[in-house]
Design a protein around this ligand. Structure first.
Ligand code: UDP
Ligand code: MG
Length: 327
């Protein structure tokens, strides 16, 4: 491994029912790959890896055909549709040992393919993770923009830290992927998990384009599902919120009890009213508070059950970290 060459890049592209897009997008990906090769930034062994996510149309047949025609193109297929995040993960894990850097990108051309040049540049300057960030969303409809930006705000408010307006267009070095492999959880939300791994990171800004062809597979319902997945797999803040509400309800309950007492003493009440109000207030407060406490323990158990690495060491003074390319 002493050999120091150019880094091998694998572009990882998830595809689900992308029959119409693939023939248009592939030449663009190839052009970018070959331009990076001719600029002398990446190795000639660099490849494009298509991940078929159990498509119901001819996507896999098209990928097989493309792979047969061009040795720069390869493909893997998932046994069934498992969703975008799992498709990207499958591709990244497949690539991890065979390349030095991966760039994941959607196949629909919405993310600026030419931004890869800048991403590789950032990597060569020392970044291990480079986030592609959308600077503008002019081509998105108002509704998509509103819901998508609300999505990032909601995630951050609920304790899942994500890079604003960064989707799954990013460069990750194989070194980071090796550490990431230790995150063995099943519910994965890459946008929130990759920042957890750490290492030097940087961002590249680009304008978002329109889809080359076909239709989005991320309607509002799927986006809400993704946001819910992101929050619940990264944060236990909702549980803490229950505990917080429990405290507030307990205080209100206490005030209610005092109020019922005063009313009973003043004789403004019918018989039995004060005792019922006291019981209701007391039980309401205590129940929600107890749920909050139990929830805190469940939150801890949940986080423990993920068996995430407790620390990752990136550098040692006696071990100068140098990039030894696989090329
Ligand atoms: N995708 C996938 N599996 C799915 C849904 C989508 O692999 O179940 C892929 C899809 O082919 C595309 C990317 O994920 O490359 C993003 O999907 P899409 O463009 O439909 O989402 P949007 O950009 O509208 O959010
Ligand atoms: Mg898209």
């Amino acid at each position: 491994m002493e050999k120091k060459g150019l880094p091998i890049l694998w572009i990882v592209i998830p595809c689900y029912n992308e029959r119409e897009v693939l023939p248009v997008a592939t030449p663009q990906f190839l052009e970018e790959l070959n331009s990076l090769i001719s600029m002398g930034k990446i190795s000639e062994q660099s490849k494009i890896l298509f991940v078929n996510d159990g498509s119901k149309d001819e996507t896999w047949e098209i990928i097989c055909k493309l792979a047969a025609e061009n040795k720069q193109i390869i493909g893997i297929s998932q046994s069934r549709n498992r969703g975008h995040q799992n498709a990207v993960l499958a591709g990244l894990m497949e690539a991890k040992d065979k390349c030095d850097i991966t760039i994941s990108i959607d196949c629909d051309g919405q993310d600026d393919i030419t931004a890869m040049t800048q991403m590789v540049e950032e990597y060569l300057n020392g970044a291990e993770v480079v986030y592609g960030v959308r600077s503008k969303r002019d081509t998105d409809t108002f509704f998509k923009r509103f819901t998508a930006e609300g999505f990032y705000k909601l995630l951050n408010a609920m304790g899942a830290e994500v890079v604003f307006n960064h989707a799954d267009y990013r460069l990750i070095s194989s070194r980071v992927l090796e550490e990431f492999e230790d995150y063995q959880e099943v519910n994965i939300f890459l946008r929130g998990l990759i920042p957890l791994v750490g290492f030097k990171s940087s961002s590249v800004y680009y304008e978002r384009h329109e889809r080359l062809a076909g239709e989005s597979h991320y309607p509002l319902s799927k986006m809400l599902h993704l946001a819910f997945d992101g929050i619940t797999s990264l944060s236990v803040k909702p549980i803490s919120m229950i505990a917080g509400i429990g405290c507030i309800v307990s205080v209100i309950g206490f005030i209610g009890i005092v109020w019922a007492f005063i009313m009973a003493i003043l004789g403004n009440t019918v018989a039995g009213w004060a005792s019922i109000i006291c019981v209701v207030c007391f039980l309401g407060g205590i129940q929600l508070l107890s749920l909050g406490v139990i929830g805190q323990y469940i939150g801890k158990i949940y986080m423990e059950s993920k068996h995430r690495p407790r620390y990752i060491i990136s550098d040692r003074t006696w071990e100068k970290y140098e990039r030894h390319y696989k090329g």
